[in-house]
Design a protein around this ligand. Structure first.
Ligand code: THU
Length: 133
């Protein structure tokens, strides 16, 4: 599947404006390209109870799966700072449910810099359904 990287970056950047982050003031935007050819965006959505906060990556993935997508082929994660985005451990585990080893992960910042990884590079030794066989 052809990946239109610029389109994914633009959608993640635009989505970031909708981040609901009144507590951390750390805005995150994600965009994922799925096996159905569709792109879904996500933002972090915080909560006064803190623990109920949902990260941008999980928001995008849950939106996609709830609309019928089965696999994520590529993800762009960006944030409102000069530091490169880094998905938290919980998000990496959720990503592992829907991303193959060679799915593409773009980690970006607010200066249009990015780093490109494969999913297995960012979550080696992932626990998966195969471990329960
Ligand atoms: N956050 C994400 O959206 N994605 C991550 O992988 C890292 C953390 C959000 C959660 C919270 O709203 C804020 O960033 C600070 O942790």
């Amino acid at each position: 599947m052809e990946i239109n990287e610029q389109q994914l970056f633009d959608i993640a950047d635009k989505a970031m404006n909708n981040a609901y982050a009144p507590y951390s003031h750390y805005q995150v935007g994600a965009a994922i390209l799925c096996d159905n050819g569709k792109i879904y965006s996500g933002v972090n959505i915080e909560n006064a109870s803190f623990g109920l906060t949902n990260c941008a990556e999980r928001t995008a993935i849950f939106k996609a799966v709830s609309e019928g997508a089965k696999q994520v082929k590529a993800i762009v994660i960006t944030n409102g700072t000069e530091e490169m985005s880094k998905p938290c451990g919980a998000c990496r585990q959720v990503m592992s449910e829907f991303m193959g080893s060679d799915a593409i992960v773009f980690l970006a910042n607010n200066r249009n810099d990015y780093e490109q990884y494969t999913f297995k590079q960012i979550l080696p030794l992932a626990f998966s359904d195969e471990d329960m066989n």
